[in-house]
Design a protein around this ligand. Structure first.
Ligand SMILES: Nc1ncnc2c1ncn2[C@@H]1O[C@H](COP(=O)(O)OP(=O)(O)OP(=O)(O)O)[C@@H](O)[C@H]1O
Length: 254
């Protein structure tokens, strides 16, 4: 599924959080939302996810205004993982993943064997095989993050919106997650803080600062030493591989 943001504005009590933001994530692409703290990444993801309404502009899903699409259809096709955990309740991991299957069942229908098979597969991909009966409340931060992403994927979405999906993950699981997402035929829009990971895995990058898009394009176009210095105030060494992947070495201030 393709998602586009056209001239999106978002205001809260007359304070502009987003202003004229444009984004285009073609079907199957992985788009990274980058920017300093408070630049508007989460705000934009919430608007893309339909959790907040834009005060101006539009969000299109495969060319159709998302505000006019039936909610259940959007819930079946689009999954969102915010920074808030999916539940505070004392549920099992299997219960949490069953929440991701709800839009795929007739209303009030109980889970079936097919749901259970899909849950087992999603847990296997998350490296959590056999964790169905573990209590959600007993999981570590990184384990919860992997379960939250597995819950999103178990609904087999065409579009996945992720807010800092790697912030609790160890380095091996960061690579495993981004590698899996880059290979999957899903469109992904993810807010990320790790410029080096974004440079290696994203097809396109949208760089925000103070609610505006300051640069958008391929990692090699956006993640230049000049742009990193001016937007983040950090010196970096950027190496672009022949594959187009970008490696970024950040330098500690003297
Ligand atoms: N409900 C609100 N009322 C007032 N200001 C808000 C509200 N929600 C967000 N903001 C402000 O909007 C700006 C953008 O916030 P947002 O959470 O989108 O930033 P971010 O880029 O995701 O930041 P971070 O990297 O710290 O997660 C911040 O300055 C934040 O304080």
């Amino acid at each position: 599924m393709r998602i586009e943001a056209l001239e999106v504005d978002r205001r809260v009590r007359d304070v502009g959080l987003l202003s004229g933001v444009a984004l285009d994530a073609p079907k199957g692409s992985m788009v990274g939302l980058l920017g300093p703290n408070g630049s508007g990444k989460s705000t934009l993801l919430r608007v893309l996810a339909g959790l907040d309404r834009p005060d101006g502009g539009r969000v299109l899903l495969d060319g159709a205004d998302r505000a006019r699409l039936p909610r259940r259809e959007v819930a079946r096709r689009v999954a969102v993982v915010t920074q808030h955990t999916p539940t505070d309740a004392d549920m099992t991991v299997a219960d949490v993943l069953q929440m991701g299957r709800i839009p795929h069942r007739p209303l009030l229908a109980p889970p079936g064997a097919d749901d259970e098979r899909r849950i087992a597969t999603a847990l296997e991909h998350a490296g959590l095989s056999g964790w169905e009966r573990r209590r959600w409340t007993s999981l570590s931060g990184g384990e919860r993050q992997r379960v939250a992403i597995a819950r999103a994927l178990v609904g087999e979405p065409e579009l996945l919106l992720l807010d800092e999906p790697t912030n609790h993950l160890d380095i091996r699981h960061r690579f495993a997650l981004l590698d899996g997402l880059a290979r999957a035929p899903i469109t992904v829009v993810a807010a990320l803080h790790d410029l080096d990971l974004a440079g290696q895995y994203c097809d396109r990058i949208v760089l925000l600062a103070a609610g505006h898009v300051v640069a958008a394009g391929t990692p090699a176009e956006v993640l230049t030493e000049e742009t990193i210095a001016s937007v983040f105030g950090v010196a970096a060494e950027v190496v672009v591989a022949p594959t187009g992947r970008v490696r970024i070495l950040l330098r500690a201030p003297d």
